[in-house]
Design a protein around this ligand. Sequence first.
Ligand code: HSE
Length: 304
Amino acid sequence: MIAPGDAVRVSVPATSANLGPGFDSLGLALDLYDEYRAEVTAQPGVVVESVGHGADSLPTDGDHLVARSLLAALDRFGVSQPPGLRLRCENVIPQSRGLGSSAAAIVGGVLLGAELAGAADPSALVALASEIEGHPDNVAAALLGGLTVSWTEDDGAGRAIGLEVLPQVTPVVFVPETSSPTAAARQALPESVTHRDAAFNAGRSALMVAALTRDPGLLVPASDDRLHQRQRRSTYPDSLRLVEELRVAGWAAAISGAGPTVLVLTHRAEDAAAVARHEVPGFRPWVMRVGRGGLATRIGDTRS
Ligand code: HSE
């Protein structure tokens, strides 16, 4: 039972999906967080106030992705819909850049709804957030933090396991000025791939898990891909050129998620600084750290 005056807030990290070979399965949380706050109101209807990225273009009513995800979570956890809701979203994660801003909104809404409903089963949260997003890799990392391996069960449910990344691993991202929608990048994928390429990616994907958790000296071979990056070149030509240049120079570069941000995984402080010194017109280099998972806190409670 939730009532007017109940309020929760959550912070949710940006994420980088795929990490090169792990298409729709590997994800990494980055230490850049959106903050969302929800309050149950007696006034009927949903009102959303957004600040930061996308503030001028995002819906201000129940169509907002955080609101939809919150209401879906209440529904999933058997809690009746509130009379009204007021949401405030502070959007720090750049949008439509391959840094998981929509996954953050979904995970934020799901965590807010779960906190209001008193539900806490992480696997139910991964399954619901994956269902809303359509693939589990970003939402898994946004929920669990660190490195995640996610997969989809035969019944369609998203699942994930979280792994701790070696502390010396430092992600650097090159965020472009231009955006590119994930839907277009997914449409550019071919229907089928060769057995040789599938085998290549299976090996590199497993190697990436080993590189991030055991031996970061393997990050360069571990970040190579043959399944999706070249196939989507037309949606992010400048980004793929940058990936190729950085890889020739010896860095573990890949497209971040569906692009167009470029991710470089480094494991020595001087390397992160050296990568970030690359001046690339149209891109902003940004040294990050691995992030923690989304965290919801109750800030108002009428139950007592
Ligand atoms: N794995 C997804 C893709 C990530 O590459 O399409 C989207 O952020």
